[in-house]
Design a protein around this ligand. Structure first.
Ligand SMILES: Nc1nc2c(ncn2[C@@H]2O[C@H](COP(=O)(O)OP(=O)(O)OP(=O)(O)O)[C@@H](O)[C@H]2O)c(=O)[nH]1
Ligand SMILES: [Mg+2]
Length: 356
């Protein structure tokens, strides 16, 4: 799962990135638009994987991962003025979800935060970016028509893009537009930013953390949101003594680390669930979108497994923990054989039988 951290300059993106990844990327009060984005891959913390690993004692334990990208600040007009490098824009398009970091602490000049306005500014930039992409493509389609290249497919693309332009002009997000399967397919390649799952990280001053319910409620009317105390959490991520970490977290009134909380929100926003494969070689966590079938789960592991799918042997992690062993699961009647169309549930342990 790839998550891009975006936001206005100095909103604390790199601070949050460091808190989430335990990285040590430079935090500054200056913004360098040409700076390269920071990248890191972190494991998804899932107690179930730890428990399964203890039970199977495999050679290898593979957690699901989150790839985080920390972009340079996206300021007002930056997309239009081309301030945002094409590398950054390409990486942003390549993200599965965008997480907007919003400043909720006084900046270096002492200016008070204005989170709601900042959110509106960034949302405008994302809409403008999509608008430019759609309009540029429409221009090229017009030119193709003039050269006599009028095909059904091109006409359908034109219609879809015109719908998008109309919708975006009204500040509508492309993800809220009701597109059918064909239309979705036609525009997939554009990787529109307002089509991506989107969440907000309210990056609050450590002294005000936990006291921002009004702002959070306001943001929540439109987007999924989580509150961080970025600077504090970055310092927390650097502590090595577990007991110290616990004490500090208690002080802040949080029980889960920043990474755990963001992971939870990201899974919810993206509609992801986890399933597991187990054995003496490897215990591994996989992600699929909620509502997907056993054959899709097979495909996530390897295309051959989907191609030659026979059936899935399946039981839940909870049942396994309760029964204490696979043998116990079978004896208690919790071991199931499922076909291609079985809808995979969060926490399922799957073994795909296949033949190619
Ligand atoms: N008080 C407080 N200050 C913060 C917090 N998060 C970031 N800062 C400060 O804000 C400044 C900018 O932080 P960065 O993390 O570099 O912000 P950024 O969004 O990555 O900035 P650019 O990459 O330059 O756009 C630094 O001086 C941080 O110490 C926070 O949660 N609380
Ligand atoms: Mg930064």
């Amino acid at each position: 799962m790839k998550i891009g951290l975006i936001g206005l300059p100095n909103s604390g993106k790199t601070t949050v990135f460091n808190a989430l990844t335990k990285a040590d990327a430079t935090v500054t009060v200056y913004t360098d638009c040409k700076a390269k984005p920071n990248l890191a891959v972190v494991d998804v913390i899932d107690d179930r994987v730890t428990s399964l690993s203890k039970m199977y004692n495999p050679k290898k334990t593979v957690h699901a991962t989150i790839e985080l990208t920390d972009f340079v600040g996206l300021s007002q007009g930056s997309v239009r003025d081309g301030l945002f490098s094409s590398t950054s824009l390409a990486l942003m398009k390549n993200s599965d979800a965008l997480a907007l970091v919003v400043r909720n602490f006084p900046d270096a000049a002492g200016d008070p935060p204005a989170p709601l306005e900042d959110i509106a500014t960034i949302k405008d930039e994302l809409l403008i970016s999509d608008m430019i992409v759609a309009e540029n493509r429409l221009e090229r389609i017009e030119k193709a028509y003039k050269r006599g290249k009028k095909t059904n497919i091109l006409e359908m693309e034109e219609k879809t893009l015109r719908d998008i332009v109309a919708h975006v002009s009204n500040n509508g997000w492309i993800r809220d537009l009701d597109l059918d399967g064909d239309e979705e397919k036609i525009i997939r390649g554009f990787q529109f930013l307002t089509q991506k799952p989107f969440m907000i990280i309210l990056n609050s001053d450590e002294t005000l953390f936990g006291n921002n319910q009004d702002i959070l409620r306001e943001i929540e009317k439109q987007n999924s949101v989580i509150e961080f105390a970025g600077k504090f959490e970055m310092e927390l991520a650097r502590l090595t003594d577990e007991d110290d970490v616990k004490l500090f977290m208690e002080d802040m009134g949080t029980q889960e680390s920043a990474r755990q909380r963001l992971t939870c929100l990201a899974y919810k926003t993206l509609g992801y669930i986890s399933f597991f494969t187990v054995g003496s070689d490897e215990v591994r966590a996989w992600n699929i979108v909620h509502g997907n079938t056993a054959v899709k789960a097979a495909e996530t592991i390897h295309t051959d497994l989907a191609r030659g799918f026979i059936r899935a042997e399946c039981f839940s992690c909870d049942d396994l923990m309760q029964c204490g062993s696979e043998k116990g699961v079978r004896e208690d009647g919790h071991f199931h054989l499922k076909g291609k169309d079985y809808i995979v549930r969060d926490g399922d342990i799957m073994n795909i039988r296949f033949h190619v």
